[in-house]
Design a protein around this ligand. Structure first.
Ligand code: UDP
Ligand code: MG
Length: 281
């Protein structure tokens, strides 16, 4: 009997030359346990500076289920995953996972089992993680801030390792903003969503592709994309500045009309000089 359901894996790769072969072996071994399903592996090389692309083309040569997309430069993990989702829209379900073996391939089979019970989004939630103290502290702070600021409920300790039913993928790919925060977008589209707990392993080899600069940009996209607080703060600040300007103008007018002896010659124009810097041509 030939498999009638297809599960596609979207696999972002940035400088993982030492990892992709071991990762693919582990993923192929795990998925071999499900001969009743058809699998596709969409690797997205996100402008790697090492030999990742060559290693991926070797995988493609040996395994016809592999597709390789090569981005023209490093666009970042979220854009790489989106490119993979765009390419995987024919599948019945899509699993997104990292290619450094931090997300164990065996767990993806648990995600599939929960999907088969009728759940549309199955996200892998970290019960434990092997990251260093800096990564743990910044991740904790980020999730704490997001929980307080975001207008939607974004689950804690959940990265992008998740399964999405084809209906969910069809909605997610309609969001086209450049500064993307995929886990917020997925939380936002609704459907039936459930967690599977897992223990996150240490990186197989190499170093993280998420230095502090990228982490901050990512956290900013999450907060700006899913919280109205920054906008509300800016508009309140604008209102406060306008109110202070009107009060100052009334004071100047009052002095000029009722206590002209105290009026400082040229005072109003030098006071309004500040706004003129911005407004006068
Ligand atoms: N990655 C990517 N583009 C980037 C940075 C990372 O595609 O600019 C990939 C990377 O190869 C890995 C996944 O995204 O498969 C997660 O990145 P990483 O392991 O460096 O992040 P961490 O696990 O340290 O948060
Ligand atoms: Mg990693």
């Amino acid at each position: 009997m030939s498999p009638d359901r297809t599960v596609a894996y979207v696999l972002p790769v940035y400088d993982e030359a030492e990892n992709v072969a071991a990762f693919h072996r582990a993923l192929a071994a795990a998925t071999d346990e499900r001969p009743d399903l058809r699998f596709e592996f969409v690797y997205v090389d996100d402008g790697s500076g090492d030999d990742s692309l060559d290693r991926l083309l070797e995988l493609r040569h040996d395994d016809p289920r592999v597709t390789v997309l090569a981005l023209s430069r490093n666009f970042g993990h979220q854009v790489a995953v989106t490119a993979g989702l765009d390419a995987a829209t024919g599948a019945d379900a899509v699993i997104v996972m990292d290619t450094d073996l931090q997300d164990p391939p065996g767990v993806s089979l648990e995600l599939i089992r929960v999907w088969e019970k009728g759940v549309d989004v199955v996200y892998a939630q970290r019960r434990t993680r092997q990251d260093g103290p800096f990564k743990r502290a910044t991740a904790y702070l980020f999730y704490w801030l997001l929980a307080r600021l975001a207008s939607i409920d974004i689950p804690r300790n959940v990265g992008d390792f998740r399964l999405m039913d084809a209906r969910v993928v069809a909605e997610v790919v309609r969001y086209r903003e450049h500064d993307r925060f995929l886990r917020g977008i997925v939380a936002n589209v609704g459907f039936r969503q459930e967690a599977v707990l897992f223990d996150r392993d240490a990186r197989h080899a190499g170093t993280t592709g998420y230095p502090l600069r990228k982490m901050l940009a990512f956290a900013t996209s999450g907060i700006l994309g899913f919280s109205t607080l920054p906008l509300r703060l800016i508009s309140r600040l604008g209102l406060a500045i306008s109110a202070a300007s009107v009060a100052a103008a009334c004071y100047v007018l009052w002095v000029r009309l009722f206590v002209p002896g105290q009026a400082v010659p040229g005072g109003p124009s030098s006071a309004s000089g500040c706004s003129c810097w911005a407004g006068c041509s």
